[in-house]
Ligand binder design. Sequence first.
Ligand code: ADP
Length: 748
Amino acid sequence: MTLHPITLSPRLGRWLQLLPGLIAALFTLAFASWLLLTTDADQKQRSNQLEQDLLWQKQAIQQQITANTDAINALAVTDYNKQSALFQARAFSLIQNSPEIVSLVVRNQDDFKIWWSAPQQKVRPFNGESGWSTLPAKHDQPPLAQYAVSSADGHNFIIATFSFERLLQQQVPWWIAQRYQVLLLNHNYVTLAAKSSRQLDPSGLSTRIALDTPPLGLSIQAELYHVPRHRLTESLPWVLLFLAIGMLASTALLHRVMRVRSQAEMQLRAETALRQAMEDSLVSGMRAMDKDGRLIYVNRAFCEMTGFSADELLGQQPPLPYWPPEELERCQAAFDAIRLGRADPNGQAVRFMRKNGERFDVSLHGSSLIDGAGRHIGWMGSLYDITELKREREVLQASHQRFVTVLDGLDTAVAVSDADSGELLMSNRQFDRSFNLPDWRGRCCIVPFSARRFDTPIDSEWYDPIKKRWFQIKSRHNLWVDDSDVWLEVATDITALKSAAERERLQNEKLQQTSRLISMGEMASSLAHELNQPLGAIASYASGCRNILANPQPNLQQLSQAIEKMGEQARRAGQIIRGIREFVQRRAPHRRRCTITGLLDTVLDLQSHEAVRRGVEISISESGDLPPLYVDPIMLEQVLFNLIRNAMEAMNDTPASQRTLAIMLSREHDYLQVIIADRGTGISSEQMEQLFKPFYTTKDTGMGMGLNICRSIIEYHQGRLWAENNPGGGCRFIFTVPFSEETQANEP
Ligand code: ADP
């Protein structure tokens, strides 16, 4: 049976919650009011009663006093002779009937002598005035009242002494004495007599009333005695009040408990709703089975996944409707594995069937279902649809396979290693083959690579001394798939390339030497001229010296100048010869600091004769500051020599007036730029392509090696050499060389 909660509007619900507390409060209030009112009415009633009783008492006492006064007055008009039987009879009757009269005395009016008294007792003083008077209390006697009256004959006084005590004893009846303490008070409200027996009422209820005895000024006061009631009667109202308060407190407590409970209930409801929402929003299917393997719970995702409704699934037992007929055995095995607690914690892949017959793959996770009391009540299973995942994995797998195939097909070795530990994360087949890596991966440190990591290698060559092979290694710092730092390294075996380059280098070197030798041959004639010049000068200076010495008085100053000039010319000749020797020597480049103008001077010295011979006008222009160079001067001189010589040769057919050769030196950033411009034949576009190739020449006696060697030399110095046509005719050869210092010059 399903219990449906009663739904009330929140407002009504709140009021209903407050109702018991409200009723309890009203009850307590009503009861307390009743108790107060009852107590008050009781008090009033007792007070009224007291007043009535006291009035009655007043009447009684007053009547007695009046009666006594009347009796004494009557006695005064009687024949009071002591022998008078009537007087005595009346007197004794009075004393007997009024015990409050303690004595009756007859005194002579003149001398106040007592001549009759009854009963015999102590004589009280008399002031000689008729009427009422009081005798104050003395140590041996209580306060008394006297009433004196003159006898009818006017010779005597009849004096009666009254005891207040006795008056009260006589006149207060038992039913008043039982209820009240009765006091007789004088005009100052001092107690003259009291009739008291018990404890007074704590309420202090009392009433006082004056007696009509003007000369005495008496008043009577009554105060209520405490009337002990039955304990239960007395405490019952308070017990009831206590119970009512207790009820109120317990109702408040109950209300509080109910509020906490309702809060907890709301929280529980919210949690249940949240849990339901969470279950419904889960993309993984959830199902629970009892111990008999019967489905007792399925979530929304499970129903959507299988296509069956919850009603169709709940209560079902294996074989379950979503088990494909061809997979019954495997499904049963997975089911049993969960039941026996042997399910793979990482889930087991199973194929299920939707209601429409479509198959789908799931990853099934199972665990025991334990209730709140810790009892094992069944099994819980969750399943994820992995059909798409599986497909994606297959696609990925295929893609990976393609990637690996391509990588392994490369001739280049590729590897990825952890930037910190050097652990090899991935490598292709060529890599493993090249570096003889064992099959296992892991903490494998590739020595040459890891050594390079410290100086962030980008592109370098590495020689494997064991295999005697050269590798071009390119390293890139990269982020790996897990965002860790890795080195991606690509190693290409360049041994073959390297040996070809080496061969080419050797060939070039030989060619350069040949070129130098050829150049030397070519230069031989101009050198002869060059050497002729200083040698001729030396010869003419020598004959000049001889002429001076032949003079009987030789001019020694002229002689010394001539000898100095001879020395200069000899040094120049020596310099030319030394230059030639260095030029033809096969030697390693030898860099040193030098200026372009210095180099140019040397070359132009060598070429000046040729220039004059060809009628070529050479001009040099400089722009900007030109710092010194750090180069091999011989090599640079050779470049300048070749370019200038080619320029002069190209102007063979140029009209003599236009044979100009302009040398322009300028600074382009960190480079020196040298332009050698002529007005010669110029260079056609076909020629332009061939120009720097070895053995390209258009000259009958040319070798075609000059420009090739020049470019090698310039590139060796990290510069560039190229040619372009002049807009106005002829062409220009341009080369650049960096202004590097000794420390910066980088020997390749
Ligand atoms: P060679 O001078 O022995 O021919 P080079 O390598 O110095 O060898 O020059 C190759 C060719 O380039 C020359 O034969 C010539 O045709 C061309 N050439 C060089 N310099 C100039 C120039 N200034 N003007 C026109 N052609 C030139």
